[in-house]
Design a protein around this ligand. Sequence first.
Ligand code: PRX
Length: 622
Amino acid sequence: MNITSLTQYKEQYEAHKDDTAWLETCKEYEWFNFPTKALEGNFNDANVTWFNDGKLNITVNALDRHAKNTPNKIAIIWEPNNPEDKEIKITYKELLERVCKFANVLKDQGVKKGDPVCFYMSMIPELLVGALACARIGAIHSIVFGGFSAKALAGRIEDSSVKFVITNDEGPRGDKKIPLKEICDQAISMCSCVEKVLVVRRTFANLDYNEKHIIINDLLEKASSTFEPVVMNSEDPLFILYTSGSTGKPKGLLHTTAGFMVWSNQTFKNVFQAKDNDIFWCSADIGWITGHSYMTYGPLISGATQVMFEGIPTFPDPGRFWNIIDKYKVTHFYTAPTAIRALQACEDRFYKEADLNSLKVLGSVGEPINIEAWNWYHENIGKNKCPIVDTWWQTETGGIMISNLAGVTKAIACHATNPLPGVFPILVDADGNEIKDKKASGNLCISKPWPGMARTIYGDHQRYIDTYLSTYAGNYFTGDGAKRDENGNYRITGRVDDVINVSGHRIGTAEVEDAINKHELIIESAVVGMPHEIKGQGIMAYAISKGSHADIMSQINSHLVEQLGPIAKLDKLVITTGLPKTRSGKIMRRILRKLAAGDKDNLGDISTLVNPQVVEELINKL
Ligand code: PRX
């Protein structure tokens, strides 16, 4: 599917009301067995498959065919954390060889088809190569973002009974080095399932290694550079990726091979409209879904050239992103509103000193973008000539669902605009009825399965059904609220469940509460999102403590860093004598959210509270 005009978009949208239209798109890929079936199953039976009788290996599509047709084309330009260090350019031929070498090492270490393999690494080429090597041999990669704590990592390792963990010694990040191997060792000491830890030495720091550790740098060097791709069924698992939900335990969303391949690639192609010689840069970490779909798979399947960046936007100074764009003549730049706002807050000279003329398309992902950030991005980075694609999607969706197509369909500031072909969004009201009016606002659901959707929560299909498919029977519930204008353009307004979006990353309030409640000074807590200038949403906790302690906020924050990681740090803590509760003992979070947003005059009906005096106390404390 190649959409290059508005008419084609409309035609394709119509055509994909019939799911068999996807079989035509499947012809763009190489298969061992071409599928004859498109969609089977539905949201009611909660057992959806796509292209079920197909056989393929996703890496043949991401690597072999380009290594054959355009072997010397650069696949990855790796920009190290320190700008004085030399970049690494990897051609498609070299990338295939590296992936095969890695696959051979995995096989030699005992990794087999269907084994979950956990990666806890920083943004070095071996992370991308290792993930693809898993796909080559049919193992399931489970990548955990390198900013999570040992406890959080351990939970994710145990949940999928991982035997093999891959890490690197340290991850350079700005002027710091993240002790990845050390954190990994702590995590493993809490798990009983891990047999081997494969370590890539990145900084060559002098660390202790024991019999579980296998340093793989030399093994990778010496391994054979060929590896026959394992034949996978379309519905064989490709990866697990954990994300926060509204209960304490993270969910391991499972994506399968063919549907994810088609979705990550078709959305990449049609949303970004990158041409042959363009340079694509997605600034997300591979530890998040954006790095899976728009760095590891989508662009490589298209044979694109992309930048992979090890560092952070503000090191050595806030001009780093803009310098990288100039250095590699990046044409397509995809980042999150939180990064845009953080850079917008820095001195103008940082972007003014850059040329930025190579840019053609800008992208935004992860959270609603505010108009000030949109305008700043459009004017100062895109020089008023680059369309901004505001791409709405989720870990669960596998790829972009609602977005304008760069230069093809109309961009509207702060609007994701239109659904992609194959995406059928609806808005539902509080009673669960579909709102038929064009202009409306409500909870966003998707009414029909699409190829890229996660098929289950690893090891807990019932939770998958309960979380996504039960709230509005027959539909997938996104957890987001949205507005639709009279022309059918969608604007995503944010989460309507107990999930906070901090700097474009999801964190469940229950997860933070569980962690806070484990602290010895805390009796009970309630966590809500609060408006935050840079992060979009910050984390605010109301807590009942044992006695008074001057430095309680910093104590709780170091505890949260240990339990969950730096992402979970509180932006505000209010110590209270009680939490507003209903007669049934439920915390009335609506009130806490309103207070967090400074909206104390609109608290609504509080007559059902058993302890209304607490509201007064909280108002006085804020
Ligand atoms: O609330 C929506 C928000 O991010 C959530 C998904 O988070 P995650 O699974 O971590 O994936 C982030 C990267 C796709 C959504 O439920 N979100 C994502 N993109 C947008 C957005 N909100 C508004 N506009 C967007 N473009």
